[in-house]
Design a protein around this ligand. Structure first.
Ligand SMILES: N[C@@H](CCC[C@H](N)C(=O)O)C(=O)O
Length: 270
């Protein structure tokens, strides 16, 4: 599947009697069979519609994936019908509703804004971090906003996102000592009070076509800095995402999802 170009392999393991065991070497073997940005699993949950788990392509299990949650919700609606559902995830409880056009809108909950919750390695104002990055050709990026959407993000405001050498500076930011759990790094060009262009270097996956939690974190961070309204269309390399930071403080994400086909994982899940 993909969500605005963010590539997934999704294993629907609901109804399986034994819990799925996915150590890093098994995630790597699945990635070698069929490359993905994130591996997603759906398992049976005693209370919620399903349990959603997420691994990056580097084999690390993570707390949240906005596009993955949208893709999983879309699949559950396609298979089981209904108008609303809930999923348990490491980053918290997620709810989703089916929109009239068939898309799924996911509620990713409240953004976490304190330095301990991002997390950062020391006390700092998360609205505009005292942190700067020097660009290889000269110039620098400063004062990114930091937000956790169940996973850590920083968003830099840039004047021309196509001019940023993301593949060069992304790994450096991801592994900076300021971010004890590493970080996802977003670069946002503001195109209006409700429109941005965004590219994200994802922790554990590199530069992807779209990052849903990155889009949510960008809207929250830029709104806190007075640069954007509470809702925006986020143009990413693989399409357009819709983000709304509602008055109840929850962040809602929607956008396109495609089911591309099935992958034969025979022998890899036993
Ligand atoms: N592509 C995802 C984010 C996946 C997890 C992220 N790379 C992390 O390590 O936190 C999205 O759509 O949110």
């Amino acid at each position: 599947m993909n969500g605005a170009g963010n590539a997934f392999v999704l294993i629907d393991a609901r109804g399986r009697s034994a819990p799925l065991s996915l150590p890093a070497e098994r995630v790597a073997a699945i990635h070698a069979r069929h490359a993905f940005d994130q591996l997603l699993t759906l398992e049976t949950h005693p209370v919620e519609t399903a349990l959603l788990r997420v691994w990056n392509s580097d084999g690390g299990e993570v707390g949240a994936c906005g596009n993955g949650a949208r893709a999983a919700a879309w699949l559950l609606f396609e298979q089981d019908g209904g108008e609303t559902l809930s999923m348990s995830s490491r980053g918290g409880r997620l709810t989703a509703r089916r929109l009239e056009d068939g898309r799924a809108e996911v509620n990713l909950g409240r953004p976490r804004l304190s330095w301990r919750n991002i997390p950062l390695s020391r006390d700092m104002d998360t609205e505009a971090l005292d942190y700067e990055v020097h660009l290889p050709g000269g110039g620098r990026l400063t004062r990114p906003g930091a937000v956790s959407m169940g996973n850590p993000h920083v968003t830099f405001t840039v004047s021309d996102v196509s001019a940023i050498p993301i593949a060069q500076i992304g790994p450096m930011i991801e592994h900076d000592i300021l971010f004890p759990q590493r970080v996802n790094a977003g670069f946002a060009e503001i195109r209006g009070s409700d429109r941005i262009r965004l590219r994200v270097w994802e922790r554990g996956a590199g530069l992807t076509q779209a990052c849903g939690t990155g889009a949510c974190a960008a809207v929250v961070a830029l709104h806190r800095q007075g640069k954007l309204g509470r809702a925006a269309e986020v143009e990413v390399d693989g399409g357009r995402l819709g983000v709304r930071w509602a008055e109840d403080d929850d962040v809602y994400l929607t956008g396109p999802v495609e089911l591309e086909g099935e992958v034969d994982l025979g022998g890899l899940l036993s």
